[in-house]
Design a binder for this molecule. Structure first.
Ligand SMILES: Cc1cc2nc3c(=O)[nH]c(=O)nc-3n(C[C@H](O)[C@H](O)[C@H](O)COP(=O)(O)OP(=O)(O)OC[C@H]3O[C@@H](n4cnc5c(N)ncnc54)[C@H](O)[C@@H]3O)c2cc1C
Length: 434
């Protein structure tokens, strides 16, 4: 048994080395076959000696993704940032072919059938993309618009929307926030009224990531007049239906390469079978979906924070002031050490929450704490690092200024800091009852 396991691992590593030479991105799919055959025939892969939750397979997956990022994405990021959008269909097809858009989704719908820790590994690696907008759009596709569909959707819906999104044939977006409802999700106004075997949808969505390019939306709408937590449903809405209008592409302070849309629905008719799971359960499904979204966002930002610290070290080491490298001033290297310590603390919380989540625990409290801390730390870190770049930090030519703009979103999107504090207080039983 041990021999067989060793052989499999060796094959996997060999595969990974071959990949590093020839950059064959179909590797991730063969990796999943190896991992799943291991779990059937022998013990699950062992956690690597130098890691809390990752096995050698996680590392190999990350290595493969890194090559794809360096070849297919990073060389074009500056151009896409300047253009205010990126070719989502082209990039998602490349990622989908390689298996990176559904690592924890079922194999029968194109996923790799691995656990959520592999999604965290992928999110971490996507943090090496040299902007925040593209990883965010990829995250919407893989871990924000699709978890509820994967868990509760019908076979027919999953074939039409999940499989095609995982393979990168369709671009997905998530329609929760509205002009009048962001933090308070329960107060959304978009209505889906049942008429025969169709829902007729009226209303609108705001801040829709990938909204100008998306083929379908995971839409949260009110399907009855009942109490706000029980009157909502998630619906798969094709974006090419009559009555779906892209009102505008929103101009933003950061995340430039990710298009953000305002969308209106004017008597849009969708078959009732497009509902995800049970009618009236949409709010609950969305809250569950948020857990993966928040852990994904934390995993993604820890890598970027590492990179920004390292780039600041490199810059301040060669930039001299008062006869010394900037880095040699104690205020600078001590501050960077403090920030790196905070990043490591956040990473530990992320791994703890992930380890508990894949064992089936409710990690709402830990995920909310991690998201809160990530948003606050990213703001602090980007501000401190930018300072040490002096005037160069204030130009748009350096990664630190892009990070400064992009990361500001983390304390607002996917639940603002105050929403996270409210959730944590609920779990601490300190939130005053209404
Ligand atoms: C670039 C971008 C991309 C986005 N992508 C998507 C997407 O793809 N899909 C989607 O559905 N949404 C998306 N959003 C929306 C995002 O999730 C919302 O902006 C967010 O939930 C906050 O909602 P709001 O903007 O309406 O702010 P509001 O709800 O108006 O809140 C304003 C502020 O009030 C404060 N606040 C909130 N709750 C409390 C409280 N309990 N106590 C005290 N203060 C509080 C917070 O500081 C908050 O920032 C995106 C937003 C942006 C900017």
């Amino acid at each position: 048994m041990a021999l067989r396991e060793g052989a499999l691992r060796a094959k996997l590593l060999l595969c990974s080395r071959t990949l590093s030479k020839f950059a064959s991105f179909s590797f991730a799919r063969s990796l999943s076959e190896l991992v799943s055959s291991q779990s059937v025939t022998s013990k699950p892969p062992e956690i690597a000696d130098d890691h809390l939750i990752y096995t050698q397979e996680h590392s190999a997956l990350k290595e493969a993704l890194r090559k794809l990022i360096d070849q297919e994405i990073n060389p074009y990021v500056d151009q896409w940032e300047a253009e205010g959008t990126f070719p989502a269909h082209k990039i998602f097809k490349i990622l989908g072919n390689a298996g990176f858009l559904g690592v924890n989704k079922p194999v029968e719908y194109g996923g790799l059938g691995l656990d959520f820790s592999y999604s965290v590994a992928v999110a971490e690696e996507l943090g090496n993309i040299r902007c925040g907008g593209i990883p965010m759009a990829i995250g919407v596709q893989s871990d924000m618009a699709t978890p509820a569909l994967a868990r509760f959707g019908s076979d027919e819906l999953k074939k039409e929307f999940l499989l095609t999104s995982i393979m990168g044939d369709k671009v997905a977006c998530l329609g929760v926030s509205e002009v009048g409802a962001g933090s308070d999700v329960s107060s959304i106004k978009t209505k889906a009224v049942k008429k025969g075997d169709e829902y007729v949808i009226n209303g609108g969505k705001m801040w829709t990531t990938s909204g100008t390019q998306a083929d379908w939306m995971c839409l949260l709408a009110n399907t009855s007049d009942g109490p706000p937590h029980k009157n909502k449903s998630l619906i798969c809405l094709p974006m090419n239906l009559p009555g779906v209008h892209i009102a505008r592409k929103i101009s933003k302070m950061g995340m430039w390469s990710s298009d953000t849309a305002e969308v209106f629905f004017d008597d849009v008719r969708v078959p009732c079978k497009n509902i995800i799971g049970q009618e009236g359960m949409g709010f609950t499904y969305q809250m569950l979906q948020f857990q993966e979204e928040r852990l994904w966002a934390v995993a993604n930002i820890v890598t970027t924070m590492d990179n920004i610290i390292q780039e600041t070290i490199n810059y301040t080491r060669q930039r001299r002031i008062f006869q010394l490298p900037v880095l040699h001033h104690q205020a600078v290297h001590f501050r960077l050490a403090e920030l790196q310590t905070e990043v490591e603390l956040l990473r530990s919380l992320l791994y703890r929450a992930t380890a508990m989540y894949i064992k089936g625990n409710d990690v709402t409290k830990l995920a909310s704490m991690a998201k809160l801390k990530a948003g606050r730390l990213a703001r602090e870190l980007s501000d401190s690092c930018l300072q040490y770049w002096g005037g160069m930090g204030y130009t748009s030519d350096v990664p630190v200024s892009r990070f400064y703009r992009d990361c500001r979103l983390l304390s607002i999107g996917a639940g603002a800091d105050e929403v996270m504090l409210g959730i944590i207080c609920k779990y601490m039983d300190t939130l005053p009852k209404k």
